[in-house]
Design a protein around this ligand. Structure first.
Ligand SMILES: Nc1ccccc1C(=O)C[C@H](N)C(=O)O
Length: 304
């Protein structure tokens, strides 16, 4: 038994990997087949910058809105043409292993979603080394509480996260909304190529700027926490979509599949999708396209 009282037999496949293999499993850029690792990361950043430039040039927006007192606690809101506060919101948390990326290069899905009447919010949080995992999880919850307070007549808040951002979104299933003074009207979760058990990362180079101890990792692992958690306040009929790319690593596949299974066991209406011929970066780059299958699935979920 570990500190959380979970009887975790030493069966996790990553525990049998060499340090080199574990390192590779947790570097998504190494599994991209269409491009080299550096080029894949560069392309992802370029597409994010271009989508953000376009969103800011074409959509009505409120940029750098503070959701807290901290310098980094800002979010961007992009509105559809139709002006109404009674609209669905999609709130996006970017990836980058909690140490890279920003809201200013992450407005991927703004154009196709605002065109269909969704208000899209891109949240900034204090990445490492400035922020710790605990602080980033708290910032995610505070940004959502802020939006619920500011737009109380919203038609539902849908959370979407990519990679490390999917981890932050998954942690919202465990948020103590009483502490935040408001219960957000959460209506759906889109978890794209996420990590839900942070323990293996403690033994990789990704942890260098994060400085996670094993305890930090466990305290911030929704996979572990949900296995032992009490019934959650999030509505059991709330749709949860767990998505992984075909060209994500085997460890990323395992993490998504196991998290999906845990969500189902906890009684949530989860679905699991492996996107054919898609890698860790395309999964989010594709959301700039209105006709892409995942963009359509997200819109259908929001408007079902
Ligand atoms: N920049 C990112 C943005 C989103 C998601 C992952 C990354 C990564 O860089 C992961 C890791 N450093 C990699 O080389 O695959």
């Amino acid at each position: 038994m570990d500190a959380l009282g979970v009887d975790r037999k030493d069966e996790a496949p990553w525990k049998r990997m060499s340090p080199e293999e574990l390192e590779k499993q947790y570097l998504p850029s190494r599994w991209v087949v269409r491009l080299g690792p550096e080029e894949a990361l560069r392309t992802y950043t370029q597409i994010g910058i271009e989508a953000t430039r376009r969103a800011r040039a074409t959509r009505r927006s409120l940029l750098h809105v503070p959701y807290g007192d901290g310098e980094g606690e800002k979010l961007d809101i992009y509105f559809p043409d139709e002006m109404s506060e009674g609209l669905p919101f999609l709130v996006f948390f970017h990836g980058g292993y909690w140490q890279s990326g920003s809201k200013d290069e992450s407005a991927f899905m703004v154009d196709p979603l605002t065109a269909r009447g969704v208000t899209v919010v891109i949240v900034a949080y204090d990445i490492a080394p400035k922020g710790t995992l605990d602080q980033m999880v708290d910032q995610a919850a505070r940004s959502i509480a802020f939006l619920q307070r500011r737009y109380p007549s919203n038609k539902g808040i849908f959370l979407c996260g990519h990679s490390a951002g999917a981890h932050l979104v998954a942690m919202m299933l465990l948020a103590n909304w009483t502490k935040h003074g408001v219960t957000p009207h959460l209506k759906g979760f889109f978890l794209l190529s996420g990590v839900y058990d942070l323990e293996p990362l403690v033994y990789t180079s990704t942890n260098a700027p994060l400085h996670m101890t094993l305890e930090d990792a466990r305290r911030n692992s929704p996979q572990l926490l949900l296995e032992v958690a009490l019934p959650q306040p999030v509505d059991p009929t709330c749709p949860m979509l767990v998505v992984v790319g075909q060209h994500d690593s085997p460890e990323f596949h395992r993490q998504s599949r196991e998290f999906y299974q845990t969500l189902c066991q906890r009684g949530w209406k989860a679905t699991f999708e492996e996107l054919h011929d898609v890698d860790h970066f395309e999964i989010i780059e594709n959301l700039t396209q209105k006709d892409h299958a995942l963009t359509q699935t997200i819109l259908e979920t929001i408007f079902q």
